[in-house]
Design a protein around this ligand. Structure first.
Ligand SMILES: O=c1nc2n(C[C@H](O)[C@H](O)[C@H](O)CO)c3cc(O)ccc3cc-2c(=O)[nH]1
Ligand SMILES: C[C@H]1O[C@@H](n2cnc3c(N)ncnc32)[C@H](O)[C@@H]1O
Ligand code: SF4
Length: 336
């Protein structure tokens, strides 16, 4: 055994639960209130033009949710296309999302919404029916507004960062992240990471940062290149260097190879996000099952563990009814 191996075995003996080798994921199911979106990000495989897709039926959702619950799903990821902020259809869109979250809670499930940028008032309302919320920063460099985000007003960096700040002010446990491989430089990654770190230092609400390798699909407006895995691993190293240690780094297991996954874990990633029957954002990339992930990482002594869509340090931030539900889920996770 080499010297590093000996040191590892000694530290394993001294660490009874080997908790340093735990990788988490959430048993999630994605509900899409609508695919319609007024933005046209060139890399998007999700959106349809406004008015071209019926909204998700609440009756259907109400039927589906108890089945999901019985299958062991804990998180409902509400991921939506967007209606423009001052459109007369905005209120109906928002109410629809709110009602989906209410139905999820009634079925005993834990909602996490990412519906693009919200007004401060919309965010304050959704906080009442979500255990955490999310919005990717993507990248803070304004260069992308001339390229992939030319027709995506929601992707202005100041709009995204304002969302993170409001979430902090309102006490919303938050997931954000970077989309990598849109034509930005590695120095741009550091700018984006620093911007997130600054807001986190002020508010302490960022539970995780997703490092999302751009992955081309069949529906997108413009072909793009996939980010190569060595670059993703460098991004994980940079994230660990520039983000505060309490922020967990998440990578999507369906967009990396097994080797890439293990390299990302070595570099500091510790979470694999929501694992569900299909990835709505990248429908061309099938999700591995928890069992197959376990088999891929176990030989390197990593253990896969389910988690809730809210990290434990934020439980007391929630409105009382949500706190009770989360407490019940924590008990059942401990008894798995
Ligand atoms: O909680 C989130 N998870 C996001 N995830 C991860 C998600 O938790 C799962 O991978 C599944 O999509 C859940 O069904 C993404 C996965 C992708 O392939 C592409 C984009 C995202 C974006 C988000 C996101 O904004 N919020
Ligand atoms: C919900 C999140 O999904 C991400 N997203 C959108 N399209 C793609 C793609 N082709 N590849 C990877 N991530 C994507 C963006 O970061 C968005 O914010
Ligand atoms: S990535 Fe989100 S904001 Fe951009 S077009 Fe797709 S659904 Fe709309």
């Amino acid at each position: 055994m080499d010297q590093a191996g000996v040191v590892n075995s000694i530290s394993d003996l001294l660490t009874p639960n080997r908790s340093h080798r735990v990788v988490t994921y959430s048993r999630a199911y994605t509900l899409v209130p609508t695919y319609e979106c007024f933005n046209r990000c060139t890399y998007c495989n999700f959106r349809v033009d406004p008015g071209q897709s019926p909204w998700l039926s609440l009756e259907h959702v109400a039927q589906q949710l108890p089945i999901l619950r019985s299958q062991g799903v804990c998180e409902v990821l509400v991921l939506s296309g967007e209606v423009a902020p001052h459109s007369p259809r905005r209120d109906g869109w928002f109410r629809h999302i709110y009602q989906i979250c209410e139905l999820a809670l009634e079925a005993g499930l834990l909602p996490h919404t990412n519906a693009g940028p919200l007004s401060r008032d919309e965010m304050a309302q959704l906080r009442q029916v979500n255990v955490s919320m999310g919005l990717m920063v993507e990248q803070v460099t304004p260069k992308l507004l001339d390229t992939v985000h030319r027709h995506a007003p929601s992707k202005r960096p100041e709009v995204r960062l304002q969302q993170l700040t409001w979430a902090g002010e309102l006490g919303v446990p938050f997931t954000t992240g970077l989309l990598l491989g849109l034509g930005e430089s590695e120095a741009d990654w550091v700018d984006s990471l620093r911007a997130i770190a600054t807001i986190q230092t002020r508010h302490g609400h960022i539970q995780e940062v997703i490092l999302q390798p751009h992955s081309p699909g069949q529906q997108q407006l413009q072909p793009g290149m996939a980010l190569d895995e060595a670059a993703l691993v460098r991004a994980v190293h940079l994230a660990r260097e520039f983000l505060p240690p309490e922020v967990t780094i998440q990578i999507p297991p369906n967009l990396v190879s097994h080797k890439g996954l293990l390299d990302c874990l070595t570099a500091g990633a510790r979470d694999l996000g929501g694992i569900s029957p299909m990835d709505e954002v990248n429908p061309d990339y099938e999700h591995p099952t928890p069992e197959s992930l376990e088999a891929a990482i176990a030989p390197s002594s990593w253990q896969l563990q389910p988690r809730l869509p809210i990290y434990p340090q934020y439980d007391t931030w929630l409105p009382d009814p949500l706190q009770s539900l989360v407490k019940a889920w924590r008990n059942s996770l401990n008894n798995l």
